[in-house]
Ligand binder design. Structure first.
Ligand code: 6GU
Length: 241
């Protein structure tokens, strides 16, 4: 998979060189290219923002550097990512919610482009223009505000990247995760069986695989009911008799 990122803080993405995704890049599973939006600015100060038409607080990102950056990325896309148009993602608190289902969808794509906005936003015409180059999606991590798209893009890249075949060593570890089956994950324990007066649940020491599986499932449902009742069908959120 190829991932291009456009940002005024390209060094933010240096951490993609470490850990699991860094190894995936070394192994050629992931081709990440980070672009400095200011390389596409044309005045002496390399400015990428200006005051909003109609007035109001803050600055708005100018359309020209975005147009040029996206043109350049998409022009180089066909050559090495096939003929499928890229998915162009603009992280935004005003976007649709990003979820594990979104991550699974995006993991099947050959080419993702992340456009990271700062300040009060990007000139609206950029989204419209980007839709002539690729499939545009505005995506939010949740109902809170970050200073810009960088941290959100990083979270999405990690969530998508780990689903690419071969990135996570043991594919089985991908399925027993929170959200993969619509429930939170079950609690995990390791040795010692007794630690500071706290015991590992007996059932896990029993060696009885069916009972362990039943217990884990019940724990998943119970935790989800307590912490995230919004994830359960209404019937399962009723107080237990
Ligand atoms: Cl994607 N961007 C920003 N700026 N803030 C956010 C977000 C994204 N998701 C949640 N908050």
């Amino acid at each position: 998979m190829r991932i291009d990122v456009v940002s005024i803080f390209p060094t933010f993405f240096d951490v993609l060189e470490v850990s699991l995704l860094g190894k995936a890049r070394d192994r050629g599973l992931l081709d990440v290219r980070v672009h400095d939006l200011r390389d596409h600015a044309h005045d002496r100060h390399r400015s990428v923002d200006d005051t909003p038409y109609g007035g109001g607080a803050g600055m708005v990102m100018k359309p020209e550097p975005w147009g040029q950056a996206l043109d350049e990325i998409v022009a180089s896309s066909d050559a090495d990512a096939g003929t499928v148009r890229p998915v162009i993602i603009f992280p935004s608190p005003a976007g649709e919610l990003f979820s594990q289902a979104t991550a699974r969808e995006l993991a099947d794509e050959p080419h993702l482009v992340f456009g990271c906005g700062r300040y009060e936003g990007i000139d609206e015409r950029v989204f419209d223009y980007a839709a002539t180059l690729g499939r545009v999606r505005l995506m939010s991590l949740g109902d809170y505000v970050l200073n810009g798209g960088e941290v959100a893009a990083m979270a999405m890249i990690e969530a998508v990247g780990r689903l690419i075949p071969g990135v996570v060593g043991n594919p089985e570890s991908l399925v027993e995760e929170s959200h993969e089956d619509g429930l939170l994950e079950y609690p995990s324990y390791t040795k010692p069986a007794s630690w500071r007066g706290r015991e590992v649940p007996d059932v896990l020491l029993s060696g009885h695989h069916a009972r362990v599986a039943d217990w884990r499932r019940a724990q998943q449902v119970e935790r989800t009911r307590i912490r995230r009742p919004d994830l359960l069908p209404a019937a399962e959120t009723e107080p237990q008799a």
